[in-house]
Design a protein around this ligand. Structure first.
Ligand code: CS2
Length: 469
């Protein structure tokens, strides 16, 4: 079957994008046409390319719903490149004038920014490397800027940069770091990107656990075919996008249910705080209590009560709902999504990269609640659970495999103190995570110390039980 021409390059090809953006785009082309085939880029590892290439980049997306599993073949990918192996091929793809959109899911840490300020971390080793290597960038930001420079030099138009990561104002974040990097290359380039480029913010949502070996076997049972890289996802999906694209060029998103809006901020706040905020809270506390998945965690009534308490008492009271949305309905639907037993989303997976996630998921709500006189006990317990987690030892005294760009430093800070109050103080000193005003707030500190003490003495489950009794 003839494939559509490539119009999109996606940086950070993982299960999430293949089960979310890629499917929307394939459906938009089925409805309205257009040359929006996708070339995916893995920044480091070749495994996605190696699994997908022999199957001509087609893969199975399996919807795990209450009525069972629905597999669907997705054929929107035209290829996968591996940046570490061949950065020139990536720059070439990005410089092709037929490519109108470059989208990204490179995770929070992939923007090389300082989460608490949103500015480029110009001391980041990848950024320093990329400033010196126009032909061989290793960071997504370096790839974007050096490709934009090639396009400008060739007299082409810039591409739209479509950020699909869970960051607030994600378009603004990537615009800020791209412009800062470009400014160090040449003021002219920065000006061109600023005036001609586009960085719409987006809110993306679909729960897509990492594919497990048993998923591959399940797909064989369902379809009779071996697929080395299927993706498993929940039925729910949402994509809210600011309709601001270079020369207005984009797939017919409106035809497939993508919400095109002027201002994505209320949607992002709602999703990051209600979904990702409780996801991370359940991940740290659930992991410490020995729960393997989110579904198992909320099947425990103590945790279910806690999750609802977080929404009702601490998260939604200060939140401005997007137009026409009821936060009560939104969080009720979220609970059903978490409880879906077919989605085996590991607490350990969500617990990764906490240093990059806590600010936008939890700390913003805590800071606003403190200013507005609202409670912070439950969210502070979640932060204390993260502090226990990065200490690297679980409630059965077993080692935790902590994955975080700051893991070594966090562990050293935790190990360097012995009393809970000192561990809390040590971890609060990490400025990339806790802004000074919050770190020095006495109510927050007191809540953290008491939560940490209780976690050490009684464990996560009993602490929550007492709190929500
Ligand atoms: C999760 C998200 O891994 C995580 O940190 O909270 O990936 C979450 O599943 C998605 O944002 C849902 O849209």
């Amino acid at each position: 079957m003839a494939r559509p021409k490539t119009g999109i390059v996606h940086l950070g090809l993982g299960a999430f994008y293949r089960a979310h953006g890629a499917i929307y785009i394939e459906q938009a082309m089925q409805k309205s046409g257009g040359d929006w085939g996708i070339v995916g880029v893995s920044l480091m590892r070749p495994d996605q390319r190696d699994a997908l290439e022999p199957q001509d980049f087609a893969y199975t997306a399996v919807e795990l719903g209450p009525e069972g599993e629905t597999p669907r073949m997705i054929t929107v990918l035209n290829g996968v490149l591996v940046a570490r192996e061949n950065p020139e091929a990536v720059l070439k793809a990005l410089s092709d004038p037929d490519v109108k959109i470059v989208s990204l899911t490179v995770t929070e840490k992939g923007y090389c920014h300082e989460p608490s300020t949103g500015k480029l971390n110009s001391g980041h080793p990848d950024i320093r490397h990329d400033l010196a290597h126009p032909g061989g960038p290793v960071s997504a930001i370096g790839m974007l800027v050096w490709a934009l420079e090639r396009r400008r030099a060739a007299g082409s138009r810039p591409f739209t940069v479509l950020c699909c990561d869970n960051l607030p104002d994600n378009g603004k974040v990537v615009r800020q770091v791209v412009l800062e990097f470009a400014g160090m290359v040449s003021p002219e380039l920065a000006r061109w990107i600023e005036t001609e480029g586009a960085f719409p913010s987006t809110m993306v949502d679909r729960i897509v656990p990492a594919t497990k070996p048993e998923d591959i076997e399940r797909v064989v049972e369902l379809t009779g075919k071996l697929d080395l890289s299927p993706v498993m996802h929940e039925p729910f999906r949402q994509w809210v996008v600011e309709d601001h694209f270079v020369d207005g060029l984009r797939p017919d998103f409106g035809a497939v249910g993508v919400e095109l809006v002027e201002n994505v901020t209320p949607y992002e706040h709602m999703k990051l705080r209600c979904l990702n905020g409780t996801h991370s809270s359940l991940a740290y506390l659930g992991y410490l209590a020995g729960h393997e998945t989110i579904a198992a965690t909320v099947a425990d009534p103590v945790f279910a009560r806690f999750c609802k308490h977080l929404w009702n008492a601490e998260i939604t009271p200060g939140l401005k709902a997007p137009p026409g949305v009821s936060l009560g309905d939104y969080t009720a639907a979220l609970f059903t999504r978490y409880a879906n037993p077919a989605i085996r989303h590991r607490t350990w997976q969500i617990a990764m990269d906490g240093s990059q996630k806590l600010p936008q998921r939890i700390l913003g709500t805590i800071a606003e609640n403190l200013a507005g006189g609202r409670p912070i006990t439950g969210l502070s317990l979640a932060v204390a659970a993260w502090m226990r987690y990065v200490g690297g030892v679980d409630e059965k005294a077993e080692a935790i495999d902590v994955r975080d760009p700051l893991s070594a430093r966090l562990k050293a800070l935790s190990d360097g103190a012995s009393l809970p109050a000192d561990k809390v103080s040590a971890l609060l000193s990490v400025r990339e995570i806790f802004p000074e005003a919050l770190a020095e707030n006495q109510s927050f500190r007191t809540a953290l110390v008491s939560a940490y003490e209780s976690l050490s003495a009684k464990g996560a489950r009993h602490t929550i039980e007492d709190m929500t009794a």
